[in-house]
Design a protein around this ligand. Structure first.
Ligand SMILES: NC(=O)c1ccc[n+]([C@@H]2O[C@H](COP(=O)([O-])OP(=O)(O)OC[C@H]3O[C@@H](n4cnc5c(N)ncnc54)[C@H](O)[C@@H]3O)[C@@H](O)[C@H]2O)c1
Ligand SMILES: [Zn+2]
Length: 361
């Protein structure tokens, strides 16, 4: 097992990565000893991992589980109320602790429940999808969706511990694995060209769920995310944390246009990264051969390359309503080189329009 420290002063915590962690009592014992524990999970993950995780909590005062429906559409106020109600009925006080067992949906909602119940109680992330292991469980963004917008209600609230058990990925559907790989590839593109090369060489073992390769990719991704977050915890104007959104402005437009649930987030981000790379190439930042490598790795990861049929006007409209925009001009994350990203509004509109108009292949 390896532990990565995320350095945030008093809010620092460890990210443990390894095999079989959910059955390792000693990882959790310091946090749960004599406490009331609520494990929040969903109806898909519960039958797979809930009992095993509970066995590691023998030192707890009491344990309840809260099993939510599965799906992005349940990342809402109703599910949050279900959590609050269980905690209140069971007389959970400020010293109780929440455990998020599941993908990013469960992690985001549990974190937000932790941030708000009795003005804040501790929580631990036990992410079980690749996307949540390399991205959503690390960095403290928590929240729920509102009917008028995704992730619109939320808080920055850091967990006490992230325990990443790579063995949970055994049951993850291949499509979800690929979606997680999009975010893994993103770290290579925005700040770690050596990791990008490693991914080019090891993509097939990752797709076959080789444990050693997965451990390596997750550690490297979490290290990258941990240093970005340590530098810019609250996504300041400096734009360091914003580079984690490479491909996301294009990707969010795709997700909204096709309707949530029709494309996985990671699939939309993969296409978004290709579009951002294409624009970076047209602006003279990255070279043609880099762009070819980017398309190639995304294709090898079984991710889509082309956006769905969205008109240029609709694309622009959806991108302009992305919450990260300031002063009316669409903020973009582009690549200065393969391995270095930057945030900018300094581009000619016709460059963006050309990117939106043409198909990739
Ligand atoms: N907080 C952040 O910084 C951040 C970053 C990225 C994404 N997110 C959020 O994360 C969410 C997406 O997360 P996700 O991709 O993990 O989706 P998800 O939580 O919906 O999980 C995907 C599917 O896999 C199932 N699943 C989970 N673990 C499994 C396992 N081990 N075996 C079999 N099935 C399993 C889930 O039940 C679900 O059906 C979105 O809501 C997004 O907004 C948050
Ligand atoms: Zn993402």
């Amino acid at each position: 097992m390896e532990t990565i420290k995320i350095d945030l002063g008093k809010r620092s915590y460890g990210i443990c990565v390894g095999r079989g962690l959910i059955a390792k009592e000693d990882i959790f014992s310091n946090y749960i000893c004599n406490k009331n524990i609520a494990i929040i999970t969903n109806e898909t993950v519960a039958p797979l991992y809930l009992d095993k995780l509970k066995e590691s909590f023998s030192g707890a005062k009491s344990i309840i589980d809260i099993i939510l429906h599965d799906g992005e559409e349940y990342k809402n106020q109703d599910s949050l109320d279900t959590i609050y109600e269980s905690l209140l009925k069971n007389k959970f006080g400020r010293d109780s602790i929440l455990i998020a067992l599941g993908g990013g949906v469960i992690g985001d909602i549990t974190g937000y429940a932790g941030a708000t119940y009795m003005r804040g109680i501790d929580f631990i992330q036990v992410p079980t999808t690749l996307l949540s292991q390399v991205d959503s469980s690390v960095g403290g963004k928590t929240g729920i969706n509102h009917k008028l917008g995704k992730n619109m209600i939320g808080a920055f609230y850091q967990p006490k511990l992230v325990a990443i058990d790579v063995d949970c990925l055994v049951t993850l559907p291949d499509k979800e694995l690929s979606a997680g790989l999009a975010e893994v590839i993103k770290y290579g593109l925005i700040r770690d060209s050596i990791f990008f090369e490693w991914l080019e060489e090891n993509m097939n073992s990752l797709l076959s769920k080789d444990s050693d390769s997965l451990v390596e990719a997750i550690i490297r991704s979490c290290k990258n995310k941990a240093s970005v977050v340590a530098e810019d915890e609250f996504e300041s104007e400096k734009g360091i944390r914003a580079t984690l959104n490479l491909g996301h402005t294009f990707g969010h437009a795709i997700e909204t246009a096709v309707g949530y649930g029709n494309w996985l987030h990671g699939e939309a981000v993969a296409v978004g990264m290709i579009m951002a790379s294409k624009m970076s190439m047209h602006m003279g930042y990255i070279q043609d051969k880099d762009y070819a490598r980017i398309k190639n790795i995304i294709k090898t990861a079984n991710l889509p390359l082309n956006p769905p049929d969205i008109s240029q006007a609709q694309f622009l409209d959806l991108m302009a309503s992305d919450k990260k925009n300031k002063d009316g001009k669409i903020n973009l994350i582009l690549l200065r080189s393969l391995g270095e990203a930057f945030q900018t509004k300094d581009y000619e509109m016709k460059m963006l329009e050309a990117t939106l108009k043409t198909k990739i292949f």
